[in-house]
Design a protein around this ligand. Structure first.
Ligand code: Z16
Length: 844
């Protein structure tokens, strides 16, 4: 083949102007100084650490852009099938360190900024977290983007560019959680690229008129039109040029303001519509595991959340379709070029939206459209908790999205006809499976819609996927066959969650395995090679010394941020996750009180034989979740009393670290000896922090739930501490609670004693905690009274095991060694191969 024709102008002039990826320290310092001088208008005289962070970030961003451009061009040329990951949350955390790691420029940047008088670690600390998510679901999306790019899979993320991320958590002197806004875009954001030219119009309200020609089409008009503007975030893969894209939409009014009202002097009315347009992407909803119905939201709040969901799915689909149409392929080929993954039910409106486009705009028949839709979408379920399953009131959907409600009713009609045909006369079944739940008001069941509109459905750990098949979607398995319902066990990216957060351990692993880091970080099963070194005393000592330094780093962090002195010659016991009754932080804090009472009852001589322990909690409560907030209050007040008790404070310390975040997790996880994942069996879909702790050589104390089970399968049951009732027992136990309650004093005296001390005011006004304690005394839905004794026994086993330090370190090494399965690279490859049918597409 001959030379390709240069697109425009003189090739040499273009080429001379083009930048490559920086390689040498001198390239980097040049770029840094150039950005400080021009982009930031600063010089050596007035460049502080924050400015230096910005200059470094802008230099790194230029490198990312070079790769990003090449990747996108490569995709356009090769036109492979792509996957689109639709997630209302992307909990990215900080970017600079990850970008430099993935570019392979960490050392060079460190040296460069040093030459310019800065310390890289200080600069990294200046970056603010991008916290556009609540917890596991949002962080999983971020890990999957990292793995998609690292494994050179063509995946784009689509989300919303919230002005405010998850709220900042403050703790009042009484121990109450207070929420402050998180205006993370206050400073310029170097990691995004505004695409002010990439815009779509999104309609709300108005009316939908069905055509009378029997075609099934309709005309939707009137109402409010809002603009969606694209902001692109570059997602670099590790040790590859592949740099994928995360497209976040921001809303803005279609016109600045209503000129008619403005000219008539009605300024307020003129800006009102522009305010309501901007409001759509203003804030991340802080509820996890709560459908809006229970989130204590006024009607307006619910409506805004529905508008967020539609705004984002409509803009994303329009963008995906435009890209597909540019290839000139017939619309019926769409599923061969696009797979759309629905991260939970939040983007389920994409299903009726694609139907609307195909029928009303592309003029396909219903059957043709449904064929395309059901070959395009894939649905991941993240919870079986009934209160978390999304439902939208029919009158609200009708008001905001009149055409979509018609389509949902049509889907339901065809669907129920098919069910009736397979199970004639089974009216209960029809009522159970209907997309519409009867009641006042009627509600649309989004999980049912996501299920029937998708090619495949998956859960996020083996047990959870089995529960999806046998509980919430049982009828659908019977109707559609079990092969549609699969499992992809979650994973975490070892780049951030081992190499970045624990670089000393990562270096030791590289040195010990004698395998290049860039190899094992992308082929995590290689960690198994560490098993051969468990008997190597010198290796064990290095392993333990790193854990110790990580504890000291955490202690320094607590000292500088909170002014508290943490002792580091103790076992670090950590529970960090969103506050929720099912996660049972209450079980943990009541266990801490039990330990305190036991220590108090001992003589000094007895006490001196005890294991020293520091217990850490961190996590946010949904602002309207009263019981969760009360749990925080109890933890804070127990800490106040325990840490001040001279009898016991050498043996037990307790901290609630405020404002849990990705960045805080990166300091806490490497410092942990033992972490707690103690949900009532069958309630935690997977958990992902359990994987992060174990990857960093922390042992696991947990229930037989979620991914804990698969972790134990990998590392061996003798290396984890399991306790509590199993999933099949839960239903029966709850029945017992309801119909044959046994007084707590009889059933679990140890727990009764703890509750009584709290009530009696050992930790301040006991009355305050009554509503929390009553959830245990009455009903006890999460089975604390059933699991408390075995929990205390498991804690004692942890203490015993820790006293044999050498054996503990061996367990720690074995744990890390067997965590290969839990790389998000493995998970994303499973999606690519078994769901999306995508191929790796390296930049050529
Ligand atoms: C969330 O983080 C999760 C589920 C859900 O319905 C809503 C939110 Cl915000 C979590 C699960 O609780 C957790 O077990 C799982 O590991 C995570 O999603 C990722 O799948």
């Amino acid at each position: 083949t001959g030379k390709e024709k240069w697109p425009k102008g003189e090739e040499e002039v273009w080429k001379a102007g083009m930048r490559g990826v920086d390689k040498d320290v001198s390239d980097i310092t040049k770029s840094f100084v150039n950005h400080a001088q021009t982009s930031l208008a600063r010089q050596a005289y007035n460049l502080d650490d924050f400015g230096a962070y910005e200059a470094a970030a802008l230099a790194a961003r230029d490198d990312l852009l070079v790769n990003w451009n090449e990747t996108q061009l490569n995709y356009t040329r090769k036109n492979p099938k792509r996957a689109y990951y639709l997630s209302l949350e992307f909990l990215m955390g900080r970017t600079l360190d990850n970008a430099l790691l993935n570019l392979g420029l960490k050392g060079e940047f460190e040296e460069g900024v040093k030459k310019l008088g800065f310390n890289m670690e200080d600069l990294l600390e200046k970056e603010r977290d991008a916290a556009l998510g609540n917890g596991g679901l949002g962080r999983l999306a971020a890990c999957y983007l990292d793995s998609s790019a690292s494994q050179e899979i063509p995946v784009w993320g689509y989300g919303l560019r919230y002005q405010y991320g998850i709220f900042q958590q403050l703790i009042s002197p009484e121990g109450n959680q207070l929420e402050a806004p998180d205006p993370w875009l206050e400073h310029q954001n170097p990691w995004e690229l505004p695409r002010l030219d990439v815009t779509y119009e999104v309609r709300f309200y108005g009316h939908a008129e069905r055509s009378s020609d029997g075609s099934g089409r309709a005309n939707w008009s009137g109402g409010q039109e809002v603009m969606a503007v694209a902001y692109d975030v570059m997602i670099p893969g590790y040790n590859t040029k592949t740099t994928n894209n995360l497209r976040l939409w921001q809303s803005k009014p279609k016109r600045g303001f209503d000129l008619n009202s403005f000219n008539a002097g009605n300024y307020e009315a003129a800006v009102e519509s522009s305010n309501s347009a901007a409001a759509i992407t203003s804030v991340l909803y802080p509820n996890d595991h709560t459908s809006t119905d229970l989130a204590n939201e006024a009607t307006v709040g619910k409506e805004l959340r529905l508008k967020q969901q539609y705004f984002w799915t409509a803009a994303s689909l329009a963008d995906i379709l435009r890209r597909f149409k540019n290839t000139g392929k017939p619309i019926t080929d769409f599923p061969d070029y696009a797979a759309i993954q629905l991260n939970d039910t939040h983007p389920t409106l994409a299903i009726p939206e694609l139907m609307r486009i195909l029928i009303d705009e592309e003029e396909l028949s219903w059957n043709q459209a449904w064929q395309i839709v059901t070959n395009t979408f894939f649905y991941t379920n993240h919870t079986v908790l009934p209160e978390a399953l999304e439902k939208w009131a029919v009158p609200l959907v009708e008001h905001v999205l009149p055409r979509h409600l018609q389509i949902i009713y049509d889907i339901n009609m065809y669907f129920l006809q098919a069910v009736e045909k397979k199970f004639p006369g089974d009216r209960d079944r029809l009522a159970r499976m209907s997309l519409i739940e009867e009641g006042y008001p009627k509600q649309v069941r989004m999980a049912h819609l996501a299920c029937i509109g998708s090619r495949k459905v998956n859960g996020v750990a083996e047990l959870h996927s089995e529960l999806v098949r046998t509980t919430i979607l049982k009828d659908f398995v019977e109707f559609e066959g079990v092969s549609k319902f699969g499992n992809v066990t979650n994973g975490v990216t070892p780049r951030r969650w081992l190499d970045q957060c624990n670089h000393e351990l990562s270096d030791l692993i590289t040195k010990t395995l004698k395998i290049e880091k860039k190899v094992w970080l992308k082929d995590l099963a290689k960690l198994e090679g560490l098993l051969a070194f468990t008997e190597d005393k010198n290796f064990r000592e290095q392993w333990a010394a790193i854990k110790q330094r990580n504890k000291e780093r955490l202690a320094r962090h607590v000292q500088t941020t909170l002014g508290l002195t943490v002792r580091t010659d103790a076992m670090f016991d950590v529970q960090i996750k969103r506050l929720h009754e099912y996660k049972r932080q209450t079980l943990n804090i009541l266990g801490v009180i039990h330990r305190y009472l036991t220590l108090k009852s001992m003589t000094p001589a007895e006490r001196s034989k005890c294991n020293r322990k520091v217990v850490f909690f961190a996590g946010k409560a949904a602002p309207a979740y009263y019981i969760a907030k009360l749990t925080i209050r109890l933890i804070v007040n127990v800490a106040r009393v325990i840490n001040a008790d001279a009898d016991t404070k050498d043996f037990l310390q307790l901290y609630f670290l405020p404002d849990y975040s990705v960045s805080l997790a990166e300091v806490l996880i490497p410092a942990s000896d033992i972490s707690q994942h103690i949900s009532t069996a069958g309630t935690e879909a997977s958990g992902t922090s359990n994987m992060k702790f174990c990857l960093n050589g922390g042992l696991l104390l947990g229930t037989v739930d979620g991914a804990n089970i698969e972790i134990a399968e990998e590392v061996g049951e003798n290396n984890v501490f399991f306790f509590g009732h199993l999933t099949p027992a839960v239903e029966d136990l709850r029945y017992q609670h309801a119909y044959h309650p046994v007084p707590i004093e009889q059933k679990c005296p140890a727990l009764a004693k703890v509750l009584n001390e709290v009530s009696a005011g050992m930790f301040g006004d006991g009355g305050v905690y009554e509503p929390l304690l009553n959830t245990i005394r009455q009903g006890d839905y999460y089975l604390l009274t059933d699991d408390f004794d075995s929990y205390i026994a498991a804690l004692a086993m942890v203490d015993d095991a820790y006293l044999d330090r050498d054996e503990w370190i061996k367990k720690s090494i074995r744990t890390t060694a067997k965590m290969g399965k839990f790389s998000s690279d493995r998970a994303i490859l499973e999606y690519a191969e078994s769901y999306w049918n995508l191929e790796q597409t390296p930049v050529s």
